[in-house]
Structure formats: structure tokens, C-alpha cells
Design a protein around this ligand. Structure first.
Ligand code: C5P
Length: 227
């Protein structure tokens, strides 16, 4: 079978990673969550005290950039990929609302993006890859054989993310989650460096009114038509 690269882009909390994981599992492909990489850089900036009163000290982060190592490792027992920052498993720590509130500022920095894009491209050498993010079809793999662009109404996305965080025991309000989604949509689409855009050759999936299973069937059919 022909191995391809599947690029999944779209707005925050659209279920990109859920779909990407389902497809990767079905096709026996590698799944890479690029949002986790920007989240890990944000965690590093917070841990090092480079974010003061909500303001990121960009010069300090840039000076430290060469010492930030991000990697993924597959947790067999839990059947999931986990994110490592300088050798430490940070999978839980990068999923908090605090990180969500800083990540889109960190992701605007040109040098941070260049470093992440280089890492991401190296992961595609052998194809057989499903990667999700904001600029995968437009910048990281413009020649990806299949590009999906996912969207859903902001209210539906906020409700899904709120339910997810609540289930994990996070004490957040729906209003805070909604505000974060609006902020990130705005930051991600308006930034100069690799903004979130739909590539002309991407297929749009609006999952506001379809189930996860329906979405999976749809996407898998697109992939199987190419493979
Ligand atoms: O996908 P996730 O919501 O975890 O991504 C977190 C943030 O990382 C996004 O809001 C966006 O600012 C940034 N990001 C990006 N480019 C990517 C993936 C994520 O700018 N390819």
C-alpha cells in the first residue's frame, strides 16, 4: 500500500487530535500532535520565569531556544503518544488552561516556529504520518497527499473542551474556556508567521453536527481513495 502524509489543520478544540489518532490507528501510521510541541515550549517559558504578569520575555526565550528539546514517546500500556520536554514527560502539564492561555503568543515567534517546523518535517521522511496543527498543509507539508481542514462553531468547541477539562477535574468555568478559544482563534489566524489558513486543496470538515464516528468514516474514505 502507498504510504502518504495526512495533514489535519483547523481551529482550536475542533477534535483534530481525536480524528488524527483514529486515522493513525486504523492505517497503522505515526501520529504527531504539533500543538503539543508549542505547548511544551510555553511550559518551558513558564517554568523558567520568562512569562511575567502575562507578558512573555521573548529575548530570554530566544536565548534559551537551543536548549529546548522536545520529543515524543509511545506509551504502550496506555496506547498513546506522550510529549517530553528535555527528557521529562510533560503530557499532563501541557494540557492546562494556563498553558492554553500563553501558547498562541509563544507560537507567534518566528524562531520558535522555524525550530518546530524543522522537527516536524524530519518526522515525515518515511511518510505514513498523520500530523495535526495549524500550518501543516500550508507550510510544513505543502505536498501532503491528503489535507483536511476542520472547523465547528466556537460555542460547540468551547463546550467540548469544557467537558473534557471538567472530566479531568480541572476547575475552569465555561466562560474562561470560551474566552480562550476566541483568543486563540484570533491569535492563530491573524499572526504574521504561518497563520492558520485553509490551503486551497484542503477538504473542509465542519463537525458541528456530525458524530465522531461519522467524521472518522468520512476522513478514512478520503484517505483510502488515495492509498
Ligand atoms: O492544537 P493545540 O490546540 O494543542 O495547539 C495549541 C496552540 O499551538 C494553538 O492555539 C496554536 O497557537 C499553536 N499551534 C500552532 N501551529 C501548529 C500547532 C499549534 O501555531 N502547527
Amino acid at each position: 500500500m502507498n504510504k502518504i502524509i495526512i495533514a489535519i489543520d483547523g481551529y482550536s478544540s475542533c477534535g483534530k487530535s481525536t480524528l488524527a489518532k483514529q486515522i493513525a490507528k486504523e492505517l497503522n501510521y505515526v501520529y504527531i500532535d504539533t500543538g503539543a510541541m508549542y505547548r511544551a515550549v510555553s511550559l518551558y517559558a513558564l517554568q523558567k520565569g520568562f512569562i511575567v504578569n502575562n507578558v512573555l520575555e521573548v529575548t530570554k526565550l530566544l536565548a534559551a531556544l537551543p536548549s529546548i528539546k522536545i520529543s515524543f514517546s509511545y506509551n504502550l500500556a496506555q496506547s498513546k503518544s506522550e510529549t517530553f520536554l528535555n527528557g521529562v514527560n510533560v503530557e499532563q502539564d501541557i494540557r492546562t488552561i494556563e498553558i492554553s492561555n500563553h501558547v498562541s503568543k509563544v507560537a507567534q515567534i518566528k524562531e520558535v516556529r522555524e525550530k518546530m517546523v524543522d522537527l516536524q518535517r524530519a518526522m515525515g521522511d518515511d511518510k505514513g504520518l498523520v500530523m495535526d496543527g495549524r500550518d501543516i498543509g500550508s507550510v510544513v507539508f505543502p505536498n501532503a497527499e491528503l489535507k483536511l481542514f476542520m472547523t465547528a462553531s466556537p460555542k460547540i468547541r468551547a463546550q467540548r473542551r469544557f467537558d473534557e477539562l471538567k472530566a479531568k477535574g480541572d476547575k475552569v468555568s465555561f466562560e474562561d474556556v470560551m474566552a480562550n478559544i476566541v483568543l486563540r482563534d484570533n491569535d492563530d489566524t491573524s499572526r504574521t508567521e504561518n497563520p492558520l489558513i485553509k490551503s486551497p486543496d484542503a477538504i473542509v470538515i465542519d463537525n458541528s453536527d456530525i458524530t465522531q464516528e461519522e467524521q472518522f468514516e468520512l476522513a478514512l474514505n478520503y484517505a483510502k481513495n488515495i492509498i
